[in-house]
Design a protein around this ligand. Sequence first.
Ligand code: NAD
Length: 354
Amino acid sequence: MKLSITILPGDGIGPEVVAEAMKVLEAVASKFGHELDVSAHPFGSSGLESAGSGFPDETRDACMSSPAIFLGAVGDPRHDHLPPNERPEKALLHLRRLIESFANLRPVVAQFVSPTSPFKSETLKGVDLLIVRELTGGLYFGEPRGFEGEGKDRRAINTLRYSTHEIDRIARVGFDAAMKRRRHVTSVDKSNVLETSKLWREVVDSVAKDYPDVKLEHMLVDRAAMEIIANPASIDVMLTSNLFGDILSDEASMLAGSMGLLPSASLGGKIGLYEPVHGSAPDIVGKGIANPVGAIASMAMMLLYSFDLEDEAKLVERGIESSFAAGCVTADLSDTPKSTEDVGDHIARFVADA
Ligand code: NAD
């Protein structure tokens, strides 16, 4: 199979972790006889510096011409002084909107219990959850928004708005995912207070009728925040809106042990976007200590969701498990760490030798 992928290494540790994911992809391609058609393009601060734009036209054309985009991270403190609209991070919002990726999938698996984890190991046993977050609607995009008035009358306005169509399509992503997992959806809302959440509940109930094999549970967001800490192994698929998903997914990321472990996929349109959850980590750039597992696991998600290559994705996941079992982990997880490259090499070798 020909795998056409647009690569956006981005900024900070982005290029470092992308290089390791590419090693693993090359091992997969050679093992299973796939042809790679990949090209890398500037994005974020690197785009701003080389082409005067965080999202150069040439990068945009490349993104629109392949079924999958693989991103490292964006953001550079040298551009923090720019107004919000010109900052490199804005390029990512433009990209998500351009490819209409309305569904963000973030799996959280507690595979490696780090000595620095704030959780007891009993709490982490069996944790394997998937957060399905609505990504292009809700409070972050609702109009009207902005500031008005002066002095003590100055006010700020944001609008929370959801349509039946938006809720229906994200709910189906959640239920479809649950069918491939433990068949349990926890839908999170604030229906005791918000009209948008009442509609959310109504629409999710109606979608659930098409999935009789999936158990549906509704949960208020405040209780969901508690359950993630108190009883995380009981959660299979957590389905929620943009704002709640943003907050709960960062909370849940703590269960995995490090930001550097978490992958994500943004789906919904014709083009899938895959990226580790972490940012450009300027504090550790160039030191060879960035954890590449989030990027490598995002590559596995890409193989599964954009190319339907389940065996290949599973093999990469087993390679990650093997690196944990061998103690081949970076400094965020161990006092006797291996380098970014060592971890990438271990997983690529596992794939090649399997
Ligand atoms: P961050 O995720 O970059 O870093 C937070 C902390 O986690 C840092 O201490 C960092 O060293 C550590 N960390 C992150 N990834 C790691 C990895 N792979 N291995 C080991 N440790 C890792 O978040 P931040 O510091 O808030 O933001 C830094 C920059 O990244 C900002 O410019 C921000 O806007 C940008 N950002 C981009 C994205 C994205 O590209 N999707 C996401 C979040 C933040």
